[in-house]
Design a protein around this ligand. Structure first.
Ligand SMILES: NC(=O)c1ccc[n+]([C@@H]2O[C@H](COP(=O)([O-])OP(=O)(O)OC[C@H]3O[C@@H](n4cnc5c(N)ncnc54)[C@H](O)[C@@H]3O)[C@@H](O)[C@H]2O)c1
Length: 432
């Protein structure tokens, strides 16, 4: 089939590359010319394991085309995927849909034969109705079907998630569109996943409900971790004990920093806003958002107490700053408020992240980037293990750090407290 992905970010690029690998011809369009130029040179603008290899293979075979020419890409395609961002609007909880609506207005000028328009971006329930309204003339002439097909891939695991999804959700009441999309997805549905056709509004809501539920699980175990710290219980045992119950499940039950990233924070806020618009009190999600915000302050307080409230000139090393491993995405990473605070308090911060230096910290006077764990740890008073990249799982802190009395704050509970005690290292974890 011939497909067009509008937006070559984490979702559009990964989906486009994977669809091309399944034998489709895929036009990947972005209005950011630098991104398209890089992609045409084989440079992948995001850190996503495995992506570059598949991209290069399909680009060579001319099944992947990177362009800024929306008209050409849409005219040559049967199925159009909208994969643009839906960030939170400034000073509000609501999702900013201007990128989605801008695309719809562009499509209105271009389409003159039947196309399926798919919203893959995460959008509030009823957004599909609004897109269809913009394209009313085309809908009346039966030239389009507007479908919701939310994406569930995770950064860092995106290729595997796309090829082996737990489910493929198609929100449409058009039999024609559903039939075409079922055959598009057939190569991956056959493997493990469930193909699920529901209403367009249903599909839109499934995405927000799923992300908000996962965020709830994280916040829940984080609060249990707070209680563990007061009662001398190891939260890892609680996670294991709870997670062994199949009704609960063990995933997303690992205590750590406040959840971050490009999805959970904005999607939980947006669900509160959608509830408000439809006069429904989303009280659980409201408390999840509050709990997560408090967690950012709580962990800063914990760093202060680890350093006995003496922050000035303390040498602090961050191992990992991204919101999770195997991605370079810094959107709403909990390291941002923490490093900003410590910078203001004149701590001397060194950080290393395997995905490279971050623009977020470039202009902070007390923060510097180094490109390996050894240099990062050498002079540390405190090492904060912020992100669980594999690189940080087997470190010999005694060898890495020059000082005798350094401390380790393991925000991901990667190390054993008893082993650290044996090494005479002052070790602090989460909920233990
Ligand atoms: N990142 C994830 O892990 C993830 C997972 C599932 C769903 N989602 C959802 O998918 C959507 C996209 O997320 P993302 O992380 O890929 O976003 P992103 O910000 O990485 O990428 C969006 C891209 O769209 C481009 N764009 C914006 N307007 C355009 C236009 N008019 N024409 C062409 N290109 C345009 C931008 O230049 C950018 O490259 C969001 O709604 C997000 O919530 C994201």
């Amino acid at each position: 089939m011939k497909l067009c992905m509008i937006g070559t970010g984490y979702v559009g690029l990964v989906s486009g590359v994977c669809f091309s690998d399944l034998g489709n011809t895929v036009y990947c369009v972005d209005n950011n010319i630098n991104k398209i130029n890089s992609l045409n040179k084989g440079i992948v603008p995001i850190y996503e394991p495995g992506l570059e290899e598949i991209l290069k293979k399909n680009y060579k075979q001319k099944r992947l085309i990177f362009t800024t020419n929306l008209k050409k890409a849409v005219s040559n395609s049967d199925i159009i995927f909208i994969c643009v961002g839906t960030p939170t609007k400034k000073n509000s909880n609501s999702a900013d849909l201007k990128y989605v609506f801008n695309v719809a207005h562009e499509l209105k000028k271009i389409i003159n034969k039947y196309k399926i328009i798919i919203n893959k971006s995460t959008v509030p329930v009823t957004t599909g109705d609004k897109v269809e309204k913009i394209l009313k003339n085309l809908k009346n002439k039966k030239l389009i079907d507007v479908v919701s097909n939310p994406e569930f891939l995770r950064e860092g695991e995106a290729i595997r998630d796309f090829i082996y999804p737990d489910r493929v959700i198609i929100g449409t009441d058009s039999k024609k569109a559903n039939k075409i999309l079922k055959s598009l997805y057939m190569p991956i549905i056959k493997k493990t996943s469930r193909y699920f056709n529901t209403s367009r509004r249903g599909a839109e809501l499934i995405k927000y409900a799923s992300n908000s539920f996962l965020a709830t699980k994280i916040s829940f175990i984080n609060e249990i971790a707070n209680l563990c710290e007061q009662t001398d219980v190891d939260v890892k045992d609680v996670s294991l004990g709870m997670g062994s119950d199949q009704r609960i499940g063990d995933r997303f039950l690992r205590a750590g920093p406040a959840y971050g990233g490009s999805c959970f924070p904005k999607d939980t806020r947006a669900l509160i806003d959608i509830g408000q618009k439809f006069k429904t009190n989303m009280s659980i999600i409201k408390s999840v958002v509050n709990s997560n915000n408090s967690r950012k302050h709580l962990l800063i307080k914990k760093v202060k107490s680890i350093l006995n409230d003496k922050l000035k000139n303390k040498k602090i090393t961050f191992l990992g700053v991204t919101f999770k491993p195997n991605t370079d995405d810094m959107r709403e990473a909990s390291s941002i408020p923490m490093i900003n605070y410590l910078n203001k308090k004149n701590c001397k911060i060194t950080y290393y992240d395997p995905s490279g230096e971050k623009i977020d910290f470039k202009n902070l006077k007390n923060v510097r980037y180094v490109n390996n764990s050894s240099t990062a740890c050498l002079n540390a008073d405190l090492i904060i293990l912020h992100t669980e990249w594999n690189d940080f799982k087997l470190l010999n802190f005694r060898k890495l750090v020059k000082k005798k009395n350094f401390k380790v704050f393991d925000m991901r509970n990667l190390y054993s407290p008893s082993k650290m005690k044996k090494l005479n290292i002052k070790y602090f974890g989460i909920g233990r």
